[in-house]
Ligand binder design. Structure first.
Ligand code: UDP
Ligand code: MG
Length: 326
């Protein structure tokens, strides 16, 4: 019997969990041909989430959990899930039921046809502000232009991944993570299915705009060095501009006999150049910061308690260490 792991990162989701468990149980009852288990990754919740999961586990063997030592963020929680999962396929799901579990049978159907990464694309999203929708759309357009990798627009983390993909993802252990970009980068045969995204069933979003901005920067800087190239282009344009301006000033001096450049214009030019320089330094800093974070080579997360063991010692990490020795 093929084993399917439903992987759910959870952070302060005590209210959503009972609803989620009900919906998942219904799906499981309809699909007898598979062995399902539900793996909850508690991302350092401060409410009763872990207790609720433990209660579910007492009633149902299929419920497993890993509780992280603090709140690391969803990206790292997903990585912990990949390390602990052991399914023939893994389905990533949010706990708030914004991603309808009813799509699971369709995902499995495509998986059986040989697709390795079946992702759900939103055609609409309820319960989210127009600004969130607009900024997300604009960002993906921008990201697409800046990077050569095809990041799927309007697609969250809701997807089915074959175990081959999980093995691939386990090897990408950078600490500054943008998993959505990794799904695209790793390749494998992909299939899209469309769905309407519902509003949260309970509780509120854990992603503030600040966190989203951080993730957006992560996406851009982890996938491409195009922003650095743009800085070079802006710098070059500024140099060309200043050469032209100097030529104009020299000619002006000869024709009218005086350096008639006004003070405000000079201040303006100074401000512009200062701004461009700071912006470029900031950009450079983003990349240097990433290098700094990666050189620490810290474990991505620590586990406080869990009902299962990790599936495997991190093969990729030992490989990494070997490479460094050489
Ligand atoms: N989540 C998490 N750690 C965090 C933030 C969120 O594990 O630091 C989980 C959360 O419990 C949910 C999923 O990630 O299952 C998506 O979070 P949320 O619904 O808040 O994001 P949104 O749907 O608003 O983008
Ligand atoms: Mg949500």
């Amino acid at each position: 019997m093929k084993e399917i792991c439903i992987l759910i990162p959870v952070y302060n989701e005590e209210e959503s969990l009972p609803f989620l468990y009900d919906r998942l149980s219904q799906i499981r009852d309809r699909l007898h041909q598979y062995g399902f288990y539900f793996l909850f990754i508690d991302d350092g919740s401060r409410d009763e989430t872990v207790r609720v999961i433990q209660e579910l586990q007492e009633r149902d063997d299929a419920v497993q959990y890993v509780s992280l030592s603090r709140n690391y963020g969803k990206e790292v929680a997903m990585m912990a899930g990949f390390d602990y999962t052991n399914g023939d396929a893994v389905i990533l799901l949010d706990a708030d039921l914004q991603d309808p579990p009813e799509l699971i049978p369709q995902m499995l159907k495509y998986w059986e046809q040989g697709y390795k990464d079946v992702y759900a694309k939103r055609v609409s999203r309820d319960g989210e502000s127009w600004f969130k929708k607009w900024s997300s759309k604009t960002y993906y357009r921008f990201l697409q232009k800046m990077t050569s990798i095809d990041v799927q627009e309007d697609t969250g983390d809701f997807r089915l991944l074959d175990k081959t993909c999980i093995e691939a993802l386990k090897q990408m252990r950078e600490s500054q993570r943008y998993t959505k970009g990794m799904f695209s980068w790793m390749g494998f045969k992909k299939k899209e299915i469309l769905f309407h995204r519902d509003a949260r069933v309970a509780g509120e979003t854990k992603w503030s705009y600040k966190k989203l901005f951080g993730l957006a920067m992560e996406g851009l800087t982890s996938l491409s060095i195009a922003p650095l190239r743009i800085a070079t282009i802006i710098g070059s344009l500024a140099i060309v501009g200043s050469v032209v301006l100097s030529a104009y000033l020299v000619i002006h001096l000869f024709v009218s006999g005086a350096g008639a450049m006004s003070m405000p214009l000079i201040i303006d030019a100074l401000l512009l150049m200062g701004g461009i320089q700071l912006l470029c330094t900031g950009l450079l800093g983003e990349y240097v910061g990433r290098i700094f974070m990666e050189t620490k080579e810290r474990p991505l997360y620590f586990v406080e308690s869990s009902s299962i063991k990790p599936r495997r010692v991190l093969l990729s990490q030992s490989k990494f260490t070997e490479r460094r020795k050489i």
